[in-house]
Design a protein around this ligand. Structure first.
Ligand SMILES: [Zn+2]
Length: 235
């Protein structure tokens, strides 16, 4: 198990859920979408994180949906607001902040079908169409970034909630010293959209996807880490 020694303050001890809107410098779009997923439970089970006493996800501000901050490299501003949520750190029952390791198994959030496997700057992104619609016939998509897809995975493959579709890639060779992490995006697309349009250039464009905050469907407690990110390094 890999522990991080980070000089930061946990602002949320003894609080089950923090309102993300209260985080500094973050403009969070609220969503009415309430279909919770067993994603976190599956990820804990499949990676035996319960042995360590998984207590809740931990996020630097820059890991949150629509944050404009980078949490890696020069820690300046992102080119555009974050299109999703970065899962990288969790807090265990002893209060330590632990990072996800390379090869962490990635479960799918809901039943659906793989409709794309595309490159991203740390690995591959897997796009899943969940084949259920809102009242306006828009369909829900999830995207899992910075992964190594399972060998058997291919476009057109049906998946069930909790199925392992990938593992986290090893980012150690990247100059930015970025930690391995899972990027999740979640959004509605109009029924008529072509899967070809779901690439990282257009993902944040509201004509492509109406993005939602994945925190709302990952059914678990979480903690916001406010400062001191300069010491958040690979160990
Ligand atoms: Zn991300």
């Amino acid at each position: 198990m890999i522990f991080l020694f980070i000089c930061i303050f946990l602002v949320s001890d003894n609080v089950n859920k923090i309102k993300v809107g209260g985080a500094d410098n973050v403009n969070i779009t609220r969503t009415p979408f309430k279909k919770n997923s067993r994603f976190t439970e599956c990820l804990i089970q499949k990676n035996a994180l319960d042995q360590d006493g998984f207590h809740g996800w931990a996020f630097c501000i820059g890991m949150l949906f629509q944050s404009t901050d980078k949490w890696w490299g020069d820690r300046k501003k992102r080119d555009r607001p974050h299109e999703g949520l970065d899962l990288c750190l969790y807090k265990n029952q002893k209060g330590a902040i632990v990072r996800l390791e390379e090869k962490t198994k990635v479960p799918v959030i809901y039943d659906g079908m793989v409709v794309g496997i595309i490159d991203d700057f740390l690995g591959k992104s897997i796009i899943v169409d969940h084949l259920f619609a809102d009242g306006n016939n828009n369909r829900l998509f999830t995207i899992y970034g910075h992964t190594i897809p399972q060998d058997h995975l291919h476009v057109g493959k049906p998946v069930k909630q909790g199925d392992i579709i990938a593992t986290l890639g090893d980012s150690s060779s990247f100059k930015t010293n970025i930690l391995p992490h899972l990027h999740i995006s979640l959004g509605w697309a109009s029924k008529s959209i072509s899967y070809d349009r779901l690439d990282w250039k257009s993902m944040g464009d509201s004509n492509t996807l109406t993005l939602l905050d994945p925190l709302h469907i990952i059914d678990t407690r979480y903690f916001i880490l406010r400062s001191g990110l300069k010491t958040l390094n690979r160990v």
